[in-house]
Design a protein around this ligand. Structure first.
Ligand SMILES: *Cc1c(COP(=O)(O)O)cnc(C)c1O
Length: 352
């Protein structure tokens, strides 16, 4: 037993439960909101080209990717900070603003990395309940803001329940918050959103100096294995995030893949449209079977199952489909391969 003193905040951290991984026989992995598509050929070629320089460090802050993202969103490079996945970027953001005796507020149930990244800072996590239909209740979230609150995390679309925050409710929420409180709008699933009333995050950046928008290449862009995410915000905030970012954390392969992906928007749109069509097929199939399914604006749907969540996920597994159970709450099903979804719907039909 080591006698090294661990920070109490670290000793108390919950573990991150990753989605199940397939083992052996043919299974459909609908448990981690990944893209079912292999990388685009242009992206593979860009990664292969970068391999000849593996003996070299990558650019310290991935400047070429920062420039590419800034151009893509019509922002200045000083408004972009990249990192090894948006979870790590979120960790850097919170390190920059929160510590012991501070609070960070977010809705719950939401993304399960939040309690961990908040916990690491030593700040207290304060959670507000969701509305019954799986939507974020921004009024309830505001009510949990105190003078100790340093940041509020808003996940839209909300993982794992699915709905997106609406633009009008977001504006009201921002107007009611002190400008000293940082709002992190986590948009990991932005590309899949079809609700015309959903929050327009990047244009909101101009209006709110206390807003940071988080995006990732892990979901719609299908680069979860390469680890690239980024934050957009005011230069002063971005400079603070960069100051605490681990240097060289985005590899040259990841940087090249992300730059190339940004240039392949037609292919991206085609793939996203396919997933959105399949999402409708899955959700409407479930509703036809008698399930209640919240609005789904990401690449996943949510079924509230209470104590049946774990046994239902086991039944899916026996049928060759891995879904993500949240014990005693529900099950999240990613929009993956069409055959996997059909097989999932067959199992779901036997359960209602
Ligand atoms: C998947 C996901 C992320 C992305 O994580 P990466 O570290 O970029 O792979 C961020 N936020 C939410 C809500 C997610 O579901």
């Amino acid at each position: 037993m080591t006698k090294v003193h661990l920070r109490p905040a670290v000793a108390a951290l919950p573990g991150y439960q990753a989605g199940a991984r397939p083992s052996g026989r043919l299974v459909y992995k609908l448990s981690s909101n990944e893209s079912p598509y292999p990388p685009l050929p242009g992206v593979m070629a860009a990664v292969a080209d970068s391999l000849a320089d593996l003996n070299r460090y990558p650019a310290m802050l991935a400047d070429d990717l920062v420039d590419g993202i800034a151009r893509f969103h019509d922002l200045e490079p000083g408004q972009v900070s990249v990192g090894a996945g948006s979870i790590s970027v979120l960790g850097h953001i919170l390190t920059a603003v929160a510590g012991e005796s501070d609070e960070v507020a977010y809705a719950w149930r939401s993304f399960e990395a939040y309690p961990i990244v908040v916990g690491v800072t030593g700040a207290r996590a304060v959670t507000a309940p969701l509305a019954p239909d799986g939507r974020l209740d921004l009024a309830a979230l505001s009510a949990h803001v105190t003078e100790r609150t340093r940041a509020v995390l808003v996940c839209s679309p909300n993982n794992p329940t699915g709905p997106a925050v609406r633009d009008d409710e977001f504006k009201r929420f921002m107007a009611g918050l002190p400008e000293s409180v940082l709002v992190v709008l986590d948009q990991a699933y932005a590309e899949f959103v079809t609700d015309p009333q959903a929050v327009r995050a990047v244009s909101a950046l101009a209006a709110y100096p206390n807003l940071v928008v988080l995006r990732t290449f892990s979901k719609a862009y299908g680069l979860a294995g390469l680890r690239v995410g980024y934050a957009l915000g005011r230069p002063r905030l971005i400079a603070a995030i960069r100051a605490v970012t681990t240097p060289f954390s985005v590899s040259a392969a990841a940087e090249m893949a992300a730059i190339t992906s940004l240039q392949l928007q037609d292919e991206l749109r085609e793939r996203v449209a396919g997933i959105v069509e399949r999402r409708t097929f899955l959700r409407e199939g479930l509703i036809a079977e008698g399930w209640e399914v919240p609005d789904a604006q990401g690449n996943f749907v949510w079924l509230e199952l209470g104590p049946e969540a774990a046994p239902f996920a086991d039944a899916c597994k026996r049928a060759g489909v891995l879904v993500r159970p949240f014990p005693n709450e529900g099950v999240r099903v990613s929009v993956g391969e069409q055959e996997g979804i059909e097989r999932f719907l067959e199992t779901a039909a036997t359960w209602v």
